[in-house]
Write a new protein. Structure first.
Length: 291
């Protein structure tokens, strides 16, 4: 693994992100991809994806089913699909492995391969270099960014979804399992945009409302010219400060852009918001990054 220098850590604090090329080996990347293949092969399509759309009431139940499926995914391995890949009976219109948008949110806890990567000695060493005293893993996702249909991710800050008191305690680890290029939807960042707080929060909606979450505040209009692209090779790691503004474009290429990403919170002197969609559960309290 590339040795992380103080200069690089300084750069992370200035920019709000840090690119570490070849942090993981090609073999480690392939082991994650192979494991995901096995997981998809065994996947049952979630029931809420199979409901037929007919009456308004059933549509609401469908939306509620989807939202419950999402809200209770924090301690499970669950499947989320691209738009338009299922017919009204919930059958795949394209191959199922090409239809998945992401798998979340507890691969790091329940799957041996992803658990091993998340808690690998080089990740733990990086945490210590960054001065994390009591880091815990809050969630993980495998993101597919499918060729031709992998949707854009609009400009956002991770702390919008993973709020803490004080801010600045959440850190994303974003691992490229294939080359991420400008063509297939690499990340774009506004350097230095992590220093002025957040303007929008996603919170759990009150029980009985039609949606499971709602947004408080709004995302400002960002200037496109401020974003810089961060293409990265297979095995590279991008560290993402919880408040840095980033996005990715639609994947219009014919190659996928698989990524494994997880978020860590410095738990020392930090309060995890009770309004976050994601909550620790008795079955899965947030596990310590350090083993």
């Amino acid at each position: 693994m590339a040795f992380v220098t103080q200069h690089q850590i300084q750069k992370f604090h200035e920019d709000g992100f840090l690119v570490l090329e070849r942090f993981f080996t090609a073999e480690e990347c392939d082991s994650m991809r192979n494991q995901i293949r096995r997981i998809i092969a065994e996947m049952e399509v979630p029931p809420h994806c199979r409901t037929e759309f007919s009456t308004k009431e059933e549509e609401q139940l469908q939306a509620q089913g989807s939202s419950d499926y999402f809200l209770t995914s924090g301690d499970k391995i669950r499947f989320f699909f691209e738009k338009g890949v299922l017919d009204e009976r919930g059958n795949f219109l394209i191959a199922k492995e090409k239809s998945i948008s992401k798998i979340g949110h507890a691969l790091h806890a329940h799957d041996p391969v992803f658990k091993q990567i998340t808690h690998s000695s080089k990740v733990q060493e990086l945490g210590r270099k960054l001065g994390l005293e009591k880091p815990v893993v809050v969630q993980s996702m495998y993101i597919f960014k499918q060729p031709g249909i992998g949707g854009e991710v609009t400009p956002h800050q991770d702390a919008t979804f993973l709020h803490t008191e004080p801010l600045g305690r959440v850190l994303g680890f974003w691992i490229a399992l294939e080359d991420a290029t400008r063509e297939n939807g690499c990340l774009w960042f506004i350097p230095g945009s992590h220093t002025s707080g957040i303007t929008r929060r996603m919170v759990r909606a009150a029980p009985g409302t039609s949606t499971c979450v709602e947004f408080v505040g709004s995302e400002p209009a960002y200037d496109d010219s401020q974003f810089v692209p961060l293409p990265i090779s297979k095995g590279g790691l991008i560290l993402i400060h919880g408040e840095v503004v980033h996005k990715s474009d639609l994947n219009s290429s014919d190659s996928s852009r698989h990524v494994f990403t997880f978020h860590v919170m410095e738990a020392k002197d930090t309060t995890w918001s009770k309004e976050n969609w994601l909550q620790p559960t008795p079955e899965l309290p947030f596990p310590s990054l350090y083993t």
